[in-house]
Write a protein that binds this ligand. Structure first.
Ligand SMILES: NC(=O)c1ccc[n+]([C@@H]2O[C@H](COP(=O)([O-])OP(=O)(O)OC[C@H]3O[C@@H](n4cnc5c(N)ncnc54)[C@H](OP(=O)(O)O)[C@@H]3O)[C@@H](O)[C@H]2O)c1
Length: 185
């Protein structure tokens, strides 16, 4: 894959919160299914997508759901050797986003690259020259959070639509949200 584009994907509530106590502040089955579909879906069935996450986000995924199936899982940490011993075989561990990008570029079987959090990783990815789009689920309710999606200057992004991604409000229980796509310009 010669030219990596970084896609960020996150769900944030009204105060831009994304997490609390090492977990998600909400349970949204359809939103989770959207995440799985977007990060797993490939046009070329001989390829897979890569997901890049911080070490704490890795720790947050329940053990029976990790590594995330049908995706190349990449974990970022400053303690590579220690974390390499903890993760299952096949999970890649790097000490920086750039190292992960270089690795992905060295493979020709990775179709798209998804940055899946948390805060600092999102920030680095959105400031990266290879940042392309932010897929942000905007939850219209407030939750108590201790981890936040970084603020970004919407002047540098254009709201776009994509086939198959609904623009109308989604409702699960008493929670309402929108799937928004911000393309960096
Ligand atoms: N709503 C959403 O869409 C969403 C998405 C993802 C996560 N979350 C939530 O967010 C929380 C976890 O996110 P978080 O922000 O606390 O942590 P995180 O970004 O997942 O992980 C932080 C860790 O990543 C490593 N790291 C960070 N920047 C790095 C860099 N530049 N180079 C190398 N390693 C780096 C460090 O690991 P070491 O300490 O090992 O060095 C750091 O402690 C949880 O509550 C989770 O449920 C929500």
């Amino acid at each position: 894959m010669a030219n990596v584009k970084l896609n960020l994907i996150a769900a944030a509530c009204e105060n831009m919160g994304i997490g609390v106590n090492g977990t998600l502040p909400w349970r949204l089955k359809k939103e989770m299914a959207f995440f799985t579909k977007m990060t797993s879906g490939v046009k070329d069935l001989n390829k897979k997508n890569a997901v890049i996450m911080g070490r704490r986000s890795w720790d947050c995924i329940p053990e029976n759901y990790r590594p995330l199936v049908n995706r190349v899982n990449i974990v970022l940490t400053r303690n590579v050797q220690q974390i390499e011993q903890r993760v299952p075989q096949g999970v890649l561990v790097f000490s920086s986003l750039d190292e992960a990008v270089k690795y992905i570029e060295s493979r020709d079987d990775i179709e798209s690259t998804w940055v899946i959090g948390g805060s600092a990783i999102y920030k680095e990815a959105m400031d990266h020259e290879k940042c392309d789009k932010i897929y942000l689920t905007e939850i219209q309710n407030n939750f108590q959070c201790d981890t936040y999606f970084p603020s970004f200057d919407k002047q540098h992004y254009q709201l776009v639509e994509e086939d198959g991604i609904p623009t109308e409000a989604q409702v699960e229980g008493d929670i309402k949200y929108y799937f928004r796509i911000y393309k960096k310009v």
